[in-house]
Design a protein around this ligand. Structure first.
Ligand SMILES: Cc1cc2nc3c(=O)[nH]c(=O)nc-3n(C[C@H](O)[C@H](O)[C@H](O)COP(=O)(O)OP(=O)(O)OC[C@H]3O[C@@H](n4cnc5c(N)ncnc54)[C@H](O)[C@@H]3O)c2cc1C
Length: 302
Protein backbone atom coordinates (compact mmCIF):
# COMPACT_ATOMS: atom_id res chain seq x y z
CA UNK A 1 0.00 0.00 0.00
CA UNK A 2 2.88 2.33 0.77
CA UNK A 3 5.08 1.29 -2.21
CA UNK A 4 4.88 4.61 -4.02
CA UNK A 5 6.02 6.56 -0.96
CA UNK A 6 9.58 5.89 -2.05
CA UNK A 7 9.00 8.26 -5.01
CA UNK A 8 7.87 10.97 -2.61
CA UNK A 9 10.99 10.52 -0.44
CA UNK A 10 13.14 10.81 -3.56
CA UNK A 11 11.33 14.02 -4.59
CA UNK A 12 11.92 15.44 -1.11
CA UNK A 13 15.53 14.43 -1.55
CA UNK A 14 16.70 13.06 1.78
CA UNK A 15 18.76 9.94 2.39
CA UNK A 16 16.64 6.86 3.11
CA UNK A 17 16.66 3.13 3.41
CA UNK A 18 13.81 0.77 2.63
CA UNK A 19 13.26 -2.15 5.03
CA UNK A 20 15.88 -0.71 7.35
CA UNK A 21 16.95 -2.85 10.34
CA UNK A 22 15.33 -0.65 12.98
CA UNK A 23 15.75 -3.24 15.75
CA UNK A 24 19.49 -3.19 15.14
CA UNK A 25 19.56 0.60 15.53
CA UNK A 26 18.02 0.26 19.00
CA UNK A 27 20.23 -0.12 22.05
CA UNK A 28 18.37 -3.25 23.18
CA UNK A 29 19.01 -4.81 19.76
CA UNK A 30 15.56 -6.34 19.45
CA UNK A 31 12.89 -6.18 16.76
CA UNK A 32 12.40 -6.08 13.03
CA UNK A 33 12.69 -3.68 10.15
CA UNK A 34 10.81 -0.52 9.26
CA UNK A 35 9.27 0.19 5.86
CA UNK A 36 11.24 3.43 5.43
CA UNK A 37 14.00 4.98 7.52
CA UNK A 38 14.89 8.55 6.56
CA UNK A 39 17.64 10.89 7.70
CA UNK A 40 16.32 14.40 6.87
CA UNK A 41 18.81 17.17 6.20
CA UNK A 42 16.67 20.14 7.28
CA UNK A 43 13.36 21.11 8.84
CA UNK A 44 11.73 21.67 5.47
CA UNK A 45 12.30 18.01 4.56
CA UNK A 46 10.85 16.90 7.91
CA UNK A 47 7.71 18.97 7.34
CA UNK A 48 7.28 17.55 3.83
CA UNK A 49 7.87 13.96 4.99
CA UNK A 50 5.27 14.25 7.76
CA UNK A 51 2.71 15.96 5.51
CA UNK A 52 3.19 13.27 2.86
CA UNK A 53 2.89 10.42 5.39
CA UNK A 54 -0.30 11.96 6.78
CA UNK A 55 -1.77 12.21 3.25
CA UNK A 56 -1.68 8.43 2.88
CA UNK A 57 -2.35 7.63 6.58
CA UNK A 58 1.07 6.10 6.99
CA UNK A 59 2.25 5.99 10.62
CA UNK A 60 5.43 7.91 11.31
CA UNK A 61 7.78 8.17 14.29
CA UNK A 62 10.60 10.54 15.20
CA UNK A 63 13.54 8.83 16.84
CA UNK A 64 16.87 9.95 18.26
CA UNK A 65 19.43 7.42 19.45
CA UNK A 66 16.83 4.64 19.92
CA UNK A 67 17.96 3.96 23.51
CA UNK A 68 14.51 3.92 25.07
CA UNK A 69 12.43 2.01 22.55
CA UNK A 70 11.37 -1.56 21.85
CA UNK A 71 10.74 -2.35 18.19
CA UNK A 72 8.12 -5.07 17.41
CA UNK A 73 9.42 -8.37 16.00
CA UNK A 74 7.47 -7.88 12.80
CA UNK A 75 8.80 -4.35 12.47
CA UNK A 76 7.03 -1.09 11.73
CA UNK A 77 5.09 -0.65 8.52
CA UNK A 78 5.64 3.09 8.41
CA UNK A 79 8.09 5.95 8.25
CA UNK A 80 10.88 6.37 10.80
CA UNK A 81 12.48 9.82 10.87
CA UNK A 82 15.91 9.47 12.46
CA UNK A 83 17.70 12.48 13.91
CA UNK A 84 20.20 10.81 16.25
CA UNK A 85 23.57 9.14 16.01
CA UNK A 86 22.69 6.88 13.06
CA UNK A 87 22.85 10.02 10.88
CA UNK A 88 24.93 13.14 10.54
CA UNK A 89 22.30 15.89 10.21
CA UNK A 90 20.95 17.97 13.11
CA UNK A 91 24.31 17.62 14.82
CA UNK A 92 25.32 21.29 15.20
CA UNK A 93 26.48 22.50 18.59
CA UNK A 94 27.67 26.00 19.46
CA UNK A 95 28.12 28.48 22.28
CA UNK A 96 25.69 31.38 22.01
CA UNK A 97 26.95 33.29 25.03
CA UNK A 98 29.41 32.61 27.88
CA UNK A 99 27.17 30.05 29.56
CA UNK A 100 24.58 28.94 27.00
CA UNK A 101 24.97 26.05 24.58
CA UNK A 102 22.76 25.74 21.52
CA UNK A 103 22.43 22.21 20.21
CA UNK A 104 20.42 20.51 17.52
CA UNK A 105 18.23 17.52 18.33
CA UNK A 106 20.60 14.88 16.98
CA UNK A 107 23.55 15.88 19.15
CA UNK A 108 24.20 13.26 21.85
CA UNK A 109 24.24 14.17 25.54
CA UNK A 110 27.77 12.76 25.53
CA UNK A 111 28.86 15.38 22.97
CA UNK A 112 27.15 18.20 24.87
CA UNK A 113 28.90 17.10 28.09
CA UNK A 114 32.30 17.11 26.35
CA UNK A 115 31.53 20.51 24.80
CA UNK A 116 30.57 21.90 28.22
CA UNK A 117 33.78 20.50 29.71
CA UNK A 118 35.86 22.08 26.93
CA UNK A 119 34.30 25.46 27.68
CA UNK A 120 34.55 25.08 31.47
CA UNK A 121 30.79 24.92 32.04
CA UNK A 122 29.28 22.97 34.93
CA UNK A 123 25.78 21.62 35.57
CA UNK A 124 25.49 18.90 32.95
CA UNK A 125 27.79 16.31 34.54
CA UNK A 126 24.78 14.19 35.60
CA UNK A 127 24.04 13.47 31.94
CA UNK A 128 27.45 12.01 31.13
CA UNK A 129 26.75 8.37 30.30
CA UNK A 130 23.06 8.72 29.38
CA UNK A 131 23.17 7.49 25.76
CA UNK A 132 20.44 9.91 24.57
CA UNK A 133 20.17 12.44 21.76
CA UNK A 134 19.09 15.93 22.83
CA UNK A 135 15.68 15.35 21.19
CA UNK A 136 15.15 12.09 23.09
CA UNK A 137 16.48 13.56 26.34
CA UNK A 138 14.02 16.45 26.18
CA UNK A 139 11.12 14.24 25.15
CA UNK A 140 11.82 11.91 28.12
CA UNK A 141 13.08 14.60 30.51
CA UNK A 142 16.08 12.31 31.00
CA UNK A 143 17.78 12.49 34.35
CA UNK A 144 20.16 10.89 36.79
CA UNK A 145 21.63 11.51 40.23
CA UNK A 146 18.70 13.77 41.22
CA UNK A 147 19.13 16.14 38.25
CA UNK A 148 17.05 16.22 35.05
CA UNK A 149 17.36 17.83 31.64
CA UNK A 150 14.57 20.22 32.73
CA UNK A 151 17.04 21.80 35.17
CA UNK A 152 19.31 23.03 32.37
CA UNK A 153 17.12 23.54 29.27
CA UNK A 154 16.00 27.15 28.88
CA UNK A 155 14.18 26.86 25.56
CA UNK A 156 13.35 24.37 22.86
CA UNK A 157 12.49 24.85 19.20
CA UNK A 158 10.25 22.31 17.51
CA UNK A 159 7.89 21.67 14.62
CA UNK A 160 4.40 21.73 16.09
CA UNK A 161 1.34 19.71 15.11
CA UNK A 162 0.44 22.28 12.40
CA UNK A 163 3.88 22.18 10.80
CA UNK A 164 5.04 25.50 12.27
CA UNK A 165 8.47 26.05 13.77
CA UNK A 166 7.91 27.37 17.29
CA UNK A 167 10.03 28.02 20.37
CA UNK A 168 8.87 27.33 23.94
CA UNK A 169 10.58 28.53 27.08
CA UNK A 170 11.20 26.01 29.86
CA UNK A 171 7.92 26.44 31.82
CA UNK A 172 5.85 25.76 28.69
CA UNK A 173 7.64 22.47 28.11
CA UNK A 174 5.63 20.98 31.03
CA UNK A 175 8.46 18.83 32.31
CA UNK A 176 7.82 16.31 35.06
CA UNK A 177 9.34 12.96 35.94
CA UNK A 178 10.20 11.27 32.58
CA UNK A 179 7.54 13.41 30.92
CA UNK A 180 7.34 16.54 28.77
CA UNK A 181 4.88 18.53 26.67
CA UNK A 182 5.86 16.27 23.75
CA UNK A 183 4.18 13.19 25.26
CA UNK A 184 0.82 14.82 24.65
CA UNK A 185 1.61 16.66 21.39
CA UNK A 186 2.96 15.13 18.23
CA UNK A 187 5.93 17.42 17.50
CA UNK A 188 9.49 17.22 16.22
CA UNK A 189 12.13 18.64 18.54
CA UNK A 190 14.68 20.49 16.44
CA UNK A 191 17.03 22.22 18.87
CA UNK A 192 17.44 23.46 22.43
CA UNK A 193 19.39 25.93 24.51
CA UNK A 194 21.12 24.66 27.63
CA UNK A 195 22.16 27.10 30.32
CA UNK A 196 25.10 26.14 32.54
CA UNK A 197 27.44 27.91 34.96
CA UNK A 198 31.09 28.79 34.78
CA UNK A 199 33.11 26.14 36.59
CA UNK A 200 36.50 24.60 37.06
CA UNK A 201 37.44 22.16 34.28
CA UNK A 202 39.19 19.67 36.56
CA UNK A 203 36.27 19.57 38.96
CA UNK A 204 33.81 19.14 36.08
CA UNK A 205 35.87 16.28 34.64
CA UNK A 206 36.14 14.61 38.05
CA UNK A 207 32.38 14.79 38.56
CA UNK A 208 31.71 13.39 35.06
CA UNK A 209 34.10 10.49 35.70
CA UNK A 210 32.56 9.78 39.10
CA UNK A 211 29.08 9.58 37.59
CA UNK A 212 30.27 7.43 34.71
CA UNK A 213 32.11 5.06 37.04
CA UNK A 214 28.99 4.68 39.16
CA UNK A 215 27.12 3.62 36.02
CA UNK A 216 29.83 1.17 35.02
CA UNK A 217 29.82 -0.33 38.53
CA UNK A 218 26.05 -0.64 38.86
CA UNK A 219 24.55 -1.06 35.39
CA UNK A 220 24.76 -4.11 33.08
CA UNK A 221 26.39 -2.09 30.29
CA UNK A 222 27.94 -5.25 28.86
CA UNK A 223 24.47 -6.34 27.60
CA UNK A 224 22.08 -4.60 25.20
CA UNK A 225 19.22 -2.87 27.03
CA UNK A 226 16.95 0.17 26.94
CA UNK A 227 18.23 1.40 30.31
CA UNK A 228 15.83 1.29 33.27
CA UNK A 229 12.83 -0.64 32.04
CA UNK A 230 10.41 0.85 34.56
CA UNK A 231 9.74 4.28 36.01
CA UNK A 232 10.47 4.84 39.67
CA UNK A 233 7.17 4.37 41.49
CA UNK A 234 6.44 7.00 44.15
CA UNK A 235 8.11 6.08 47.44
CA UNK A 236 10.07 3.07 46.15
CA UNK A 237 12.73 1.91 43.70
CA UNK A 238 11.74 -0.37 40.84
CA UNK A 239 15.00 -2.36 41.05
CA UNK A 240 14.53 -3.09 44.78
CA UNK A 241 10.88 -4.11 44.31
CA UNK A 242 11.89 -6.50 41.52
CA UNK A 243 14.74 -7.92 43.61
CA UNK A 244 12.51 -8.28 46.69
CA UNK A 245 9.97 -10.11 44.50
CA UNK A 246 12.59 -12.78 43.78
CA UNK A 247 12.94 -11.93 40.09
CA UNK A 248 16.70 -11.30 39.85
CA UNK A 249 18.00 -13.30 36.89
CA UNK A 250 14.48 -14.36 35.81
CA UNK A 251 14.36 -15.09 32.08
CA UNK A 252 11.77 -15.34 29.34
CA UNK A 253 13.40 -16.65 26.15
CA UNK A 254 16.47 -14.49 25.59
CA UNK A 255 15.31 -11.64 27.86
CA UNK A 256 16.51 -11.50 31.45
CA UNK A 257 16.19 -9.41 34.60
CA UNK A 258 19.79 -8.33 35.03
CA UNK A 259 21.63 -9.94 37.95
CA UNK A 260 23.67 -6.76 38.28
CA UNK A 261 20.77 -4.28 38.36
CA UNK A 262 17.22 -5.65 38.62
CA UNK A 263 15.78 -2.47 37.08
CA UNK A 264 17.24 -3.45 33.71
CA UNK A 265 15.70 -6.01 31.38
CA UNK A 266 18.61 -7.08 29.21
CA UNK A 267 18.84 -8.82 25.88
CA UNK A 268 20.79 -11.73 27.27
CA UNK A 269 20.64 -14.11 24.35
CA UNK A 270 19.01 -13.10 21.07
CA UNK A 271 15.80 -11.94 22.74
CA UNK A 272 12.74 -11.21 20.69
CA UNK A 273 10.37 -8.32 21.32
CA UNK A 274 7.83 -10.94 22.40
CA UNK A 275 10.26 -12.24 25.06
CA UNK A 276 10.87 -8.71 26.39
CA UNK A 277 7.16 -7.88 26.57
CA UNK A 278 6.32 -11.21 28.24
CA UNK A 279 9.07 -10.60 30.81
CA UNK A 280 7.90 -7.02 31.45
CA UNK A 281 4.34 -8.25 32.00
CA UNK A 282 5.52 -11.04 34.30
CA UNK A 283 7.55 -8.57 36.39
CA UNK A 284 4.56 -6.20 36.63
CA UNK A 285 2.27 -9.05 37.75
CA UNK A 286 4.62 -10.55 40.33
CA UNK A 287 5.69 -7.18 41.78
CA UNK A 288 2.04 -6.09 42.10
CA UNK A 289 1.14 -9.35 43.84
CA UNK A 290 4.09 -9.31 46.21
CA UNK A 291 4.46 -5.60 46.98
CA UNK A 292 1.27 -3.85 45.87
CA UNK A 293 3.22 -1.51 43.56
CA UNK A 294 2.35 -1.12 39.88
CA UNK A 295 5.47 -0.69 37.78
CA UNK A 296 4.93 1.55 34.78
CA UNK A 297 7.13 0.93 31.76
CA UNK A 298 9.66 3.66 31.00
CA UNK A 299 10.85 1.93 27.83
CA UNK A 300 8.57 2.86 24.93
CA UNK A 301 7.01 -0.19 23.29
CA UNK A 302 6.39 0.89 19.69
C1 LIG B 1 22.55 1.92 29.17
C2 LIG B 1 21.45 2.95 29.27
C3 LIG B 1 21.44 3.83 30.33
C4 LIG B 1 20.41 4.78 30.45
N1 LIG B 1 20.43 5.65 31.49
C5 LIG B 1 19.46 6.58 31.61
C6 LIG B 1 19.47 7.50 32.69
O1 LIG B 1 20.35 7.51 33.55
N2 LIG B 1 18.46 8.41 32.76
C7 LIG B 1 17.45 8.45 31.83
O2 LIG B 1 16.57 9.31 31.93
N3 LIG B 1 17.43 7.59 30.79
C8 LIG B 1 18.40 6.65 30.67
N4 LIG B 1 18.38 5.77 29.61
C9 LIG B 1 17.24 5.76 28.67
C10 LIG B 1 17.39 6.66 27.44
O3 LIG B 1 18.75 6.92 27.15
C11 LIG B 1 16.64 7.99 27.64
O4 LIG B 1 15.25 7.77 27.79
C12 LIG B 1 16.84 8.96 26.48
O5 LIG B 1 16.25 10.19 26.85
C13 LIG B 1 16.29 8.50 25.14
O6 LIG B 1 16.89 9.29 24.14
P1 LIG B 1 17.00 8.78 22.63
O7 LIG B 1 17.62 9.85 21.82
O8 LIG B 1 17.67 7.46 22.57
O9 LIG B 1 15.47 8.65 22.28
P2 LIG B 1 14.72 7.47 21.46
O10 LIG B 1 14.85 6.20 22.22
O11 LIG B 1 15.17 7.48 20.06
O12 LIG B 1 13.22 7.98 21.57
C14 LIG B 1 12.59 8.06 22.82
C15 LIG B 1 11.31 8.88 22.68
O13 LIG B 1 11.66 10.23 22.36
C16 LIG B 1 11.02 10.64 21.16
N5 LIG B 1 11.96 11.50 20.43
C17 LIG B 1 13.28 11.29 20.22
N6 LIG B 1 13.82 12.32 19.52
C18 LIG B 1 12.80 13.17 19.26
C19 LIG B 1 12.70 14.43 18.57
N7 LIG B 1 13.76 15.00 18.00
N8 LIG B 1 11.49 15.03 18.51
C20 LIG B 1 10.40 14.46 19.08
N9 LIG B 1 10.43 13.29 19.75
C21 LIG B 1 11.61 12.66 19.84
C22 LIG B 1 10.71 9.34 20.41
O14 LIG B 1 9.61 9.50 19.55
C23 LIG B 1 10.42 8.38 21.54
O15 LIG B 1 9.07 8.50 21.94
C24 LIG B 1 19.40 4.82 29.47
C25 LIG B 1 19.42 3.95 28.39
C26 LIG B 1 20.44 3.01 28.28
C27 LIG B 1 20.45 2.08 27.10
Amino acid sequence: MYESFVNRIEEIGCPYLENAPLGKYSSIQVGGTCRYAVWPENTDQIKKLIASAKEIDMPYYILGNCTNILVPDDGVNGLIILLGKSGTNFHQISLIDDTTIHCEAGVSLQEVCMFALKHGLKGLEFAYGIPASIGGAIYMNAGAFEVEIKDVVTECTFIDENGNLVTFLNPDLQFSYRHSYFHDHSCVIISANIHLEKGNREEIKEKMDTFLNRRIAKQPLEYPSAGSTFKRPGGAYAAKLIDDSGLKGYTVGGAMVSNKHCGFVINYDNATSKDVIALVEHIQKVVAEKTGYHLECEMIIM
